[in-house]
Design a protein around this ligand. Sequence first.
Ligand SMILES: [Zn+2]
Length: 235
Amino acid sequence: MAQGFGVGLRDAWLDLVLGGTCAGCERPGRGLCRDCRAELAALTPFAAVPAPVPAGFPGATACAPYDGMLRRLIVEHKEHARYSLAEPLGRTLAVAVAEAIAPGRAVWLCPIPSAAATVRARGHEPLRRIAIVAARHLRADGYDVRLADALRLLRRPADQAGLSARERAVNLEGVFAVRSRWAETLTDQRVLLVDDVLTTGSTLTQAAGALETTGIAVFGAAVLAATRRRVVPGS
Ligand SMILES: [Zn+2]
């Protein structure tokens, strides 16, 4: 699997291929330039509300609109396996999580799972990689957070791109299930969903529903970015 290729070595190789550009602004450099790092550090988390709000939407804190530099970083990391970006993205997700939770209370971070075929095609599981970094930063800052790979996909949903909010909701209905070994561990615990991008809210709503059906309460979600919703006829 591609993870076996060391992060530094792989990024050095990408620099050779790409000529060495900042992943955020494409100016010459390596990894992420100082300006892009500063821009990431200045992001202020906010409550992201999809329109329309799906019934059962657990609420979400996002770091930024899904746009510009943050969007490029998410795509570069996810689609082009630029692994070194897991660090700045994880640090960014940690800010959204910290905004969503209170210090001193134990919280389980539950990432939205990817389909096995998608993980194979990409050669990695981007969100999980980012969530691990986020949890590490939060623990270093004194938060009691742990990861819970509690969700699995019962089937592979169709590609969500181009679907209306209603079509997305139907596409994702019943797609998530709770891994049985987690059901007991998470009962009466505080569970926060984490995802990379919030679009219609269907994914978080379905994931929260699966956990709640199993008796696990979800108190919210933290995401890196949220799309600015356009009003699509019929959505
Ligand atoms: Zn840059």
